[in-house]
Design a protein around this ligand. Structure first.
Ligand SMILES: *[C@@H]1O[C@H](CO)[C@@H](O)[C@H](O)[C@H]1NC(C)=O
Ligand SMILES: *[C@@H]1O[C@H](CO)[C@@H](O)[C@H](O)[C@H]1NC(C)=O
Ligand SMILES: *[C@@H]1O[C@H](CO)[C@@H](O)[C@H](O)[C@H]1NC(C)=O
Ligand SMILES: *[C@@H]1O[C@H](CO)[C@@H](O)[C@H](O)[C@H]1NC(C)=O
Ligand SMILES: *[C@@H]1O[C@H](CO)[C@@H](O)[C@H](O)[C@H]1NC(C)=O
Ligand SMILES: *[C@@H]1O[C@H](CO)[C@@H](O)[C@H](O)[C@H]1NC(C)=O
Ligand SMILES: *[C@@H]1O[C@H](CO)[C@@H](O)[C@H](O)[C@H]1NC(C)=O
Ligand SMILES: *[C@@H]1O[C@H](CO)[C@@H](O)[C@H](O)[C@H]1NC(C)=O
Length: 488
């Protein structure tokens, strides 16, 4: 049976689909280290966001280094962007109006760049204006400083922001920590309260960059270390706690990846969380975790179903693909998050098929994607892979000293494109073309009609809603996929 999918990134137009000849190929450069990234509406261009550095490949009009860029996946064109505050290790989420919000960051480095200020409680917004993009920082601040917080937009449009360090210092020192959450309104303006959250407090120091997934009833799945719960943000209360996930630590500084598997009629739109990888200690010799666990948090049977990747991985990230499978890639087979703390890069692209509980290797890269790497699904259904900067300041290929293990993994500016099986060979031409939507503004009751041209011989049509969210540190904030119950 032919499988055919249409991707609608909410608010996004459809991109050009060309036949691809390689599974993994280098297609461009990110210009700045790709620590954080997102696909932006309506163009499908990619924003990369880094931190204050002593080098990047792009200059701003004021001759300072750029720490952010816009990349066009079709033309590979790069545009430098300026930032007003240091975005180092921020979190992000899309507001309902399509603006991307990037919350907090780190201290300024004024001796390197006096034009970029303290970002520990900063809030930045980006959206398209007449086709061009710009970070805006109107001066709104979070209610507290949060380095390494996660963000998730809720069904009422408010944004939940949780965890973080108060001063950009190690999470092993408990006096630095901020095990609280705050809520921003639909414009990304904080309501001003830092609310203590038990699951964060209890899991220190593994409470930073928690995994968050919005569930269909408006509650939140919150996961830190091995602990998880369903949390009602409105009521400030835990609805139910999950049993601990077996295996090693699963969040920063031994993060694995977390996805909510696609919602579809076949599973009655019941969410299932899948978490893979992780590690043991914040050290270069840390073992990494090969197991993955799957859990249906809203069911009465709260049991982790365990499966295993073909090899152990830290900093592995999960990307939902359009054929219902999950791509797991990037990261290391030994080590942890932090500068110079990982070796043995994981080079195989792994495909997990939830329908058969099966793993396959489906492509291989030669490029190490260690700390500060990203991967995201583009509008044309391919996956962009970028980043790796396990260095405090950029280290270039030609500066590498072989006896220095830490410098053996230079800062990586190359962008690769991974082409999933559904676009390989003849599959690429068997997709709908000339797609038009009746509306881009959707709510729970609206009807949407989709028009397209189709070649003969296709028997299955899936219409999928997908939000790619914001990616950093292997944490995909806000990624969600739902198959519409279409009459195709
Ligand atoms: C965008 O275009 C509209 C209409 O042409 C114009 O009124 C507006 O000033 C433009 N905005 C910017 C930021 O250039
Ligand atoms: C822990 O952090 C506090 C506040 O930043 C600092 O004053 C203190 O010296 C730190 N303690 C250790 C053991 O590093
Ligand atoms: C969350 O709490 C609010 C306020 O108490 C309540 O109205 C809502 O039904 C709760 N949601 C869930 C999913 O329990
Ligand atoms: C929210 O819940 C936490 C943990 O139970 C509690 O410490 C805190 O006081 C509550 N805050 C508010 C504003 O209800
Ligand atoms: C995919 O994995 C399954 C079992 O997990 C195996 O039987 C099959 O041969 C694999 N296919 C390929 C193409 O590697
Ligand atoms: C085309 O897609 C099908 C279904 O996803 C897959 O089984 C097949 O291997 C793909 N063809 C190629 C050349 O990868
Ligand atoms: C796209 O579809 C419209 C009708 O919806 C048709 O008028 C137009 O010719 C088509 N364009 C192409 C390039 O096929
Ligand atoms: C949902 O969208 C439809 C248009 O698609 C509109 O008529 C309706 O008022 C909207 N409902 C809500 C609750 O916003």
């Amino acid at each position: 049976m032919e499988l055919l999918s249409i991707l609608f990134l909410i608010h996004c137009a459809q991109a050009h689909i060309n036949a691809r000849s390689h599974i993994v190929e280098v297609v461009g450069r990110s210009g700045v280290p790709a620590m954080h990234a997102a696909v932006l509406p309506p163009s499908g261009k990619v924003v990369f966001l880094d931190k204050v550095e002593d080098y990047s490949e792009l200059r701003l009009p004021n001759q300072r280094w750029a720490y952010s860029s816009i990349y066009d996946p079709e033309t590979h064109e790069l545009t430098p962007l300026s930032v007003a505050t240091n975005p180092f290790c921020c979190g992000g989420s899309f507001l309902a109006d399509g603006r991307l919000l990037a919350v907090r960051g780190n201290n300024p480095l004024l001796w390197l760049d006096p034009t970029v200020e303290d970002g520990l409680d900063g809030i930045r917004y980006i959206s398209s204006e007449n086709g061009s993009y710009e970070w805006k920082e109107p001066g709104n601040k979070l209610a507290s400083k949060r380095w390494y917080a996660s963000a998730q937009t809720m069904s009422d449009g408010k944004v939940f922001v949780a965890a973080g360090s108060l001063n950009g210092m190690t999470q092993n020192n408990f006096s630095n920590n901020n095990p609280t959450y705050e809520v921003l309104d639909a414009n990304g303006i904080t309501q001003g309260h830092n609310v203590p959250m038990d699951i964060l407090f209890e899991n220190m120091p593994y409470f930073m960059y928690p995994f968050l997934h919005l569930l269909p009833d408006g509650s939140l799945f919150v996961f830190t270390d091995r602990s998880s719960e369903i949390f009602n943000v409105t009521a400030n209360s835990t609805i139910k706690s999950m049993p601990d996930m077996p295996g090693m630590h699963r969040t920063y500084p031994n993060t694995g990846g977390s996805v909510m598997l696609p919602l579809h009629k076949g599973n009655n739109y019941e969410p299932e969380i899948m978490i893979c990888g992780g590690g043991q200690t914040q050290g270069i010799d840390s073992q990494c975790e090969a197991t993955c666990g799957k859990l249906r948090p809203m069911s009465s049977n709260l049991e982790w179903q365990m499966t295993s990747m073909p090899d152990p991985r830290g900093m592995v990230e999960g990307i939902l693909l359009l054929d219902g499978t999950v791509l797991w890639l990037n990261g290391c087979q030994r080590g942890a998050q932090g500068f110079g703390l990982a070796t043995s890069p994981a080079l195989d692209a792994l495909i997990y098929d939830p329908r058969h509980n099966a793993w396959n290797v489906s492509g291989r890269t030669t490029i190490a994607r260690l700390y500060h790497s990203v991967a995201l699904l583009l509008l044309d259904g391919t996956v962009l892979v970028a980043g790796s900067n396990p260095n405090e300041m950029p280290v270039l290929q030609n500066q590498v000293e072989p006896n220095n293990q830490y410098k053996a993994f230079p800062t990586e500016f190359r962008i690769e494109r991974f082409t999933p099986a559904y676009l390989r060979g003849d599959n690429a031409t068997k997709r709908p073309t000339n797609i038009t939507l009746s509306s881009l503004e959707l709510n729970m009751t609206s009807r949407l009609s989709v028009e397209f041209d189709l070649e003969n011989g296709l028997r299955t049509l899936n219409v999928i809603l997908y939000a790619g969210g914001f990616i950093t540190h292997a944490v995909h904030m806000g990624q969600v996929m739902a198959y519409l119950d279409n009459n195709g």
